[in-house]
Design a protein around this ligand. Structure first.
Ligand code: CU
Length: 541
């Protein structure tokens, strides 16, 4: 048979399949290739056309069957509709039965992951090492981003891929990560399975109080309170401003030095409290080896959504090209490398197939306001009013330290202009160059213009927030491969309310830093616990 003849047969044939079969049996290599390739295409086209015809008839006849719908579609109410993957619901861990299917599946998935070799990207240790590790530089280890406006996005992606791995490992297709809602004071005690040594949910490396089922002292309630972060309207800040989500940077950094309000409190504070004096949660390198890490971060991820619900201009930085497009690398449930960027994670239900059990509580009107008044950008102008004296900075130890800051100009009359000023404008205190000395489980309460004879209390108006050293310790720097040179961290507090009506001292603001020992099982050493380079008071508008 000549080549021309074959083409003629192909063209004329009413049963192409038969011709192709005979071609495949009898032809030389060149023709076989030709016949095979074009034959398959012909066959596929015919099948596709038949399926398309069935599909076209289908919705009109209102008698669709599964087989007549296109691939990826299903028959619903007589019509072919796009198959929706199930939306997994992340629930409050305290709403789950301690021996019920959800926590049982969680424990099983973690046990399976822990049994895998650490070189396996779907193993417990490998996944934890993606966040941070002292085990050296493995592929894609030490990737977590803190101290910048990438913090929330990166951790959302990290949890998403981890949850997929965990779900497959558990064998339960409906597994979803629970979240730990410690904003409720009666829920700060973790459920029993997390405190039971025989459970895969337990680790010994925690604050002794956590594993003993002891709640934190009532005076530390502020560490679990997200409401000051929720009052912040702008997602990111520049310079010495304050924001919900962190410092605007062009590239994600392991430690960006500019944590947002939510990252500082409750995120960092809860890390330090759960970790205590020597536990894993207190350091970046070990934190993700504690199962509580994942429940803690699910809650932080949920609070990001609840913050958006507050509307009033709160919005994600979808206009920022770097935030939207910078890509990060993770692994899926098969151990295959995957990449993801901010634009793929803004809508958890639509894009990532998960939601929280309290999603949707915000009204449609609030959502509309959110779209209208979107102002993720922190276009703030910052004017420095005064700075602490002394080139050596300030050492913080076991005794409270008070630092005076002389102001070059009087503070504006906050009372008179409070209705006119922007929600994100005001008087800001910035602590610059914060670094821990390696003592874990310590926080500092920050007070402004605290009267000399007054006992400091976080319930007082003079209290403006707290400092956590999570991620700012020497051992964190080492784990991040930075030696002893960390990106200097700055933390800003809105002190507008605290200085209003407290200006008896004239052109001066005093800042008092009070150490808090988060681990009652040990005494703090009589040595510097942290160092600040300087304290700055600014006007932001
Ligand atoms: Cu964290």
């Amino acid at each position: 048979m000549t080549f021309d003849r074959i083409v003629q047969v192909l063209t004329e044939s009413t049963s192409r399949r038969t011709v192709l079969r005979s071609l495949a049996l009898g032809m030389s290599g060149r023709l076989l290739t030709l016949g095979g390739a074009s034959g398959l295409a012909v066959e596929d086209k015919a099948t596709a056309a038949a399926r398309q015809k069935q599909h076209n008839d289908c919705p009109r006849s209102r008698r669709c069957k599964k087989r007549c719908c296109r691939r990826g579609e299903t028959c619903k109410g007589g019509r072919c509709v796009k198959k929706q993957p199930p939306v997994h619901v992340r629930r409050s861990v305290h709403s789950l039965d301690e021996s019920g299917p959800a926590l049982t599946a969680l424990a099983r998935g973690i046990a399976v992951m822990k049994a895998r070799e650490s070189s396996d990207p779907t193993s417990w240790i490998f996944q934890a090492n993606i966040h941070g590790t002292n085990d050296g530089a493995g592929a894609n280890w030490n990737q977590c981003t803190h101290g910048s406006f990438f913090f929330l996005a990166w951790h959302r992606m990290y949890l998403y891929w981890f949850e997929r791995i965990l779900r497959k490992a558990s064998g339960n297709p409906s597994l979803a990560l629970p979240y730990w809602d410690y904003s409720e004071s009666d829920q700060r005690i973790v459920p029993r399975p997390f405190r039971t040594p025989s459970s895969s949910l337990y680790v010994a490396q925690r604050n002794a109080d956590v594993n003993a089922g002891q709640p934190p002292p009532a005076e530390n309630a502020w560490m679990f309170d997200h409401s000051p972060a929720f009052e912040t309207v702008n997602f990111f800040h520049t310079g010495s401003g304050t924001s919900f989500g962190g410092l605007q940077v062009s590239e994600a950094l392991h430690s960006g030095g500019g944590a947002g309000q939510l990252e500082n409190t409750p995120h960092n504070q809860v890390h330090s409290w759960v970790g205590g004096g020597s536990g894993w949660m207190g350091t970046v390198a070990m934190a993700a080896r504690d199962p509580l890490f994942w429940l803690h971060h699910a809650n932080i991820d949920r609070l990001w959504k609840r913050w958006l619900d507050q509307a009033g201009g709160r919005a994600n930085p979808t206009g920022d090209g770097d935030w939207m497009n910078d890509t990060f690398t993770f692994f899926d449930e098969n151990g295959t490398e995957v990449t993801m960027s901010g634009k793929q994670i803004v809508d958890t239900a639509q894009q990532l197939n998960y939601r929280y059990d309290d999603d949707g509580a915000a009204s449609g009107a609030a959502a509309a306001r959110r779209e209208k008044g979107a102002s993720a950008a922190g276009k703030q102008s910052v004017k420095e009013l005064g700075k602490s004296k002394g080139a050596g900075g300030v050492d913080l130890g076991t005794d409270p330290v008070t630092v005076p800051i002389g102001l070059g100009a009087a503070l504006p009359d906050a009372g008179a202009s409070s209705t006119e000023r922007r929600a994100d404008a005001g008087v800001v205190l910035t602590l610059e160059g914060i670094q821990g000395t390696g003592v874990l489980g310590v926080a500092f309460e920050v007070y402004v213009n605290l009267p000399k004879d007054q006992q400091p209390s976080p319930r007082d108006d003079a209290f403006v927030g707290g400092v956590s050293l999570f991620g700012l310790q020497l051992q964190d720097a080492a784990a991040m491969g930075m030696g002893h040179t960390m990106m200097p961290a700055a933390l800003s507090f809105d002190i507008t309310g605290a200085v209003a009506g407290r200006r008896a001292s004239g052109r001066e603001v005093t800042v008092t830093l009070v150490p808090v020992n988060l681990d009652a099982s040990r005494r703090l050493p009589k040595a510097p616990l942290a160092h600040l380079d300087s304290l700055v008071v600014s006007i932001v508008q």
